[in-house]
Design a protein around this ligand. Structure first.
Ligand code: SF4
Length: 361
């Protein structure tokens, strides 16, 4: 049996579920994950339905498109309307700010180009140096290293980035300590933790008594991680453990983090629908300010009274307070083909994942 097949093996999965039932503490517990891919695995393989009723799996703010501020989307759109070429990932282009979506701006003739990476954006910038090109840099510590690397390689002067990069570990820790994210254990995102390292979650275990397990993305990975968490919760322990040892280490990808830190510094940053979280936004350091679209084009911070469509309950969904099916707009006016809120846009958004699996439940 191939390794991948083993990680999707039904009998092994049922054996793990039996083990979870043996070790679970017979009291209600909440396990939070912060990754759209984990939510996809949980929904796709029906893992919630296999677990004891007392174990609730909640999805935290693990979708980068969902948490990208409406202001950033609007400012990127305004730059396109002013004639700059704005390069953006396809899913981000569909997310609606307060005033615009980049997709709508593009269909009205705005200069928006869909790219697969910063490399495509750089190619566009190099191909015509008379045109200003902005790369809308969205994503967590998984995508920030590539942005940082290319900033270090001295892009052309007509190139800049609008950074909405965010850092996950301090966000999870702060949201928990503020009581916004209620949980008894955390499944840490395997890919992001491959970069940041397990050590970044240590304060959650040591200072707040919340066990953490970095997890892979196959159903057996997730079930093993749940066992590792439930066992700790039953025994009153709180450690940072590694289920995804084929990728994650304690220190993480030191080179990638060094690259990020050479180019970016952490600042207090807005997470859409959630608010400002200290030290979670990657902004370009002063020496790279000429590549910072906010500096280059004098973009101002604006406080929106509300950045969600009326009725959209994404903010509560991203904090695990409600399920998508509890939103009155779900699959009525908000659908994958016509998303209203950001959680229905990206394949990592909880509403989108639910909609493509269990549309009418
Ligand atoms: S279903 Fe749509 S409107 Fe409702 S919370 Fe999800 S994204 Fe927002």
């Amino acid at each position: 049996m191939s390794f991948l097949k083993e990680l999707r093996n039904r009998e092994l999965a049922y054996a793990l579920v039996r083990k979870i039932k043996e070790v679970f503490p017979k009291k209600p517990i909440k396990i939070c994950h912060v990754c759209g891919t984990h939510e996809w695995t949980i929904v796709h393989y029906g893992l919630r339905s296999l677990l004891p009723d007392n174990i609730e799996l909640i999805a935290g703010p693990g979708c980068p498109v969902c948490i990208t501020p409406a202001l950033d989307i609007d400012q990127a759109a305004e730059l396109a309307l002013e004639g700059k070429t704005v390069t953006v990932f396809g899913d981000v282009s569909r997310s609606v700010g307060v005033k615009y979506s980049l997709e709508a701006v593009r269909s009205e003739g705005g200069n928006v180009k869909i790219v697969y990476s910063i490399l495509d954006a750089l190619k566009i910038a190099k191909s015509d140096k008379s045109k200003e090109v902005v790369f809308f840099a969205v994503g967590f510590e998984t995508t920030a290293p590539l942005t940082a690397l290319h900033i270090l390689r001295t892009p052309p002067k007509n190139f800049s980035i609008l950074s909405s990069h965010r850092y996950v570990p301090p966000a999870v820790i702060t949201l928990y300590s503020r009581g916004k994210l209620e949980m008894d254990g955390v499944i840490a995102p395997g890919h992001a933790t491959t970069i940041s390292g397990l050590k970044t979650y240590e304060p959650l275990a040591k200072e707040h008594g919340i066990p953490v397990v970095a997890s892979g993305f196959e159903p057996v990975d997730v079930l093993m991680s749940i066992i590792m968490l439930v066992k700790q919760i039953s025994e009153g322990k709180a450690e940072v453990l590694n289920q995804y040892s084929r990728s994650v280490t304690w220190e993480g990808n030191v080179k990638a983090m060094q690259t990020i830190n050479r180019v970016f510094e952490l600042t207090d940053a807005h997470w859409r629908g959630i608010g400002t979280i200290e030290h979670t936004g990657f902004v370009l350091r002063k020496e790279f300010k000429d590549y910072d679209a906010r500096y280059k084009y004098g973009l101002k911070n604006v406080n929106y009274a509300s950045e969600m469509h009326p009725g959209c309950r994404c903010a509560e969904i991203m904090l695990g307070k409600i399920k998508p099916t509890q939103c009155p707009l779900y699959m009525k006016v908000c659908k994958p083909s016509k998303p209203v809120g950001p959680c229905m846009v990206s394949i990592e958004g909880t509403c989108r994942i639910w909609a493509t699996h269990i549309a009418f439940s």
